[in-house]
Design a protein around this ligand. Structure first.
Ligand SMILES: [Cu+2]
Length: 189
């Protein structure tokens, strides 16, 4: 009788341990963006991992005459606005995402390449396709002082040129003109 009692107790403990660990699994916060520009389409996917790092993957495809083979700058910009028709295409997305002592934005030279939204270049192949994957600990998707989902949101921008990651460089050395844009959206879990 005592044995049965012990077995039952152990089973009960196991069951409650399993169910409580299941309850403790919080879903990772995720985001996405549909990237578009004249002759270019793509996606951004992002996941905030349990240790706070944000995994970011960007895929692009387009006309290789437009999105030229080689490296192109990719940054997160400070506003969730994508206007291809603006006098300077996508200029309304503002400067590079960079809440903090410099404020965001312009001139690009000010805190580049240390803006929180400065990402790795993407390599475009001869057929006009590329994929870039990186981790960042510079911003969050969840609520924080460095969340991409601040009051005016954020956008991902693809540039015409490579980002040379040069401190004190010119706007062209930080990627130049803007070719494509995607508003970053929080995925409801
Ligand atoms: Cu940029």
């Amino acid at each position: 009788m005592k044995l049965i009692y012990h077995v039952a107790l152990i089973l009960l403990l196991l069951i409650s341990a399993c169910s409580s660990s299941a309850q403790n699994v919080t879903k990772n916060v995720q985001a996405k963006a549909a990237i578009a520009g004249p002759g270019i389409t793509g996606t951004l996917k992002a996941t905030e991992t349990a240790n706070g790092l944000v995994w970011v993957a960007v895929e692009l495809q387009g006309d290789p005459k437009v999105i030229t083979p080689g490296l192109h700058a990719i940054h997160i910009h400070e506003k969730g606005v994508c206007e291809a028709q603006a006098e300077k295409p996508f200029s309304s997305a503002g400067g590079h995402f960079d809440p903090g002592p410099f404020g965001s934005s312009t001139p690009v030279e000010k805190n580049h390449p240390y803006h929180l939204g400065d990402l790795q270049n993407i390599k475009i192949s001869v057929v006009g396709k590329g994929r870039m994957e990186t981790f960042s600990n510079s911003f969050t998707l969840s609520n924080s002082p460095t969340s991409l989902f601040d009051s005016d949101g954020s956008a991902v921008i693809v540039h015409k040129l490579v980002d040379q990651k040069k401190a004190g460089g010119t706007a062209d050395e930080a990627g130049g003109g803007r070719q494509a844009c995607g508003i970053i959206q929080l995925l409801k879990s």
